[in-house]
Design a protein around this ligand. Structure first.
Ligand SMILES: Cc1cc2nc3c(=O)[nH]c(=O)nc-3n(C[C@H](O)[C@H](O)[C@H](O)COP(=O)(O)O)c2cc1C
Length: 225
């Protein structure tokens, strides 16, 4: 698949068929994803490929705990979705509610998704250059999420659907115990992978235009190319 096509046509997949995913395909995706960039090329990413039904059920239950807390706020519009400016921003409108229902369905069916990739990172490998600033850090995750984005694109290239969630990170101690993740590592993301149910997928993604997200030299001057 052409790279730009893959980038533009990779929605979060929330509905998967029961068809199993060949572990060789997951291996191939990881084999390509590992060429991602990381600070100092330290490659601190580690991925748990969870296929065991009991473990998937336990991971799904941990995710569900966090999702239940989140969805209450989301339904009230306290947190929400940006639909790219097409239907209003961060609003508890119909579109946002529909998306929430899809995400709720996803959370409820997570245990039956064929593969759950739990993406972890070795904290000792991260160069957190914004550590001293008086705000939350954003940089540390950079050395994991380049890899995770490659995984998402790799899934698309294979015709697989995928959905990323970070809610599982809040359950890190329980995840560590369940899956044997050693001390010094962190959970960065869960990526669910399977074959998409065709008529349940969004085909046209909604995103903000370049002029809104990129500036020419100074903040606020739209970059028009
Ligand atoms: C950091 C991060 C966290 C996310 N968390 C969730 C999540 O918990 N559940 C979910 O279904 N999707 C999650 N997503 C996917 C986004 O909701 C999704 O990309 C966005 O709504 C746009 O939808 P689309 O990709 O289908 O167009 C997450 C994405 C990112 C990058």
């Amino acid at each position: 698949m052409e790279l730009y096509d893959a980038m533009r046509t990779n929605p979060s997949c929330r509905y998967f068929t029961d068809e199993p995913v060949d572990p060789a395909v997951i291996h191939r995706i990881l084999d390509h994803a590992r060429f991602a960039s990381s600070g100092g090329n330290r490659q601190g990413w580690r991925t748990l490929v969870v296929r065991d039904p009991d473990l998937k059920a336990a991971v799904a239950a941990l995710h569900r705990k966090q999702w239940d807390a989140y969805i209450g706020h989301a339904r009230e519009g306290v947190v929400g979705y940006n639909d790219g400016g097409v239907n209003g921003r961060m609003a508890a409108d119909d579109l946002a509610q529909r998306r929430l229902t899809r995400t709720d369905d996803f959370s409820a069916s997570l245990a039956s998704v064929p593969v759950l990739l739990v993406h972890c990172v070795d904290l000792a490998t991260l160069a957190v250059t914004d550590r001293e600033l008086d705000r939350q850090s954003i940089v540390g995750g950079g050395s994991l999420y380049t890899f995770v984005q490659n995984v998402l694109l790799g899934c698309r290239n294979e015709g697989l659907g995928s959905a990323l969630t970070t809610l599982l990170a809040a359950e890190e101690p329980a995840v560590a115990e369940l899956l044997g993740m050693p001390a010094g590592f962190a959970v960065g993301a869960l990526v669910a992978v399977g074959w998409p149910v065709p008529d349940k997928q969004y085909t046209k993604l909604s995103r903000c235009p370049v002029e809104e997200i990129a500036f020419a030299d100074r903040w606020g001057v739209p970059f028009t190319g």
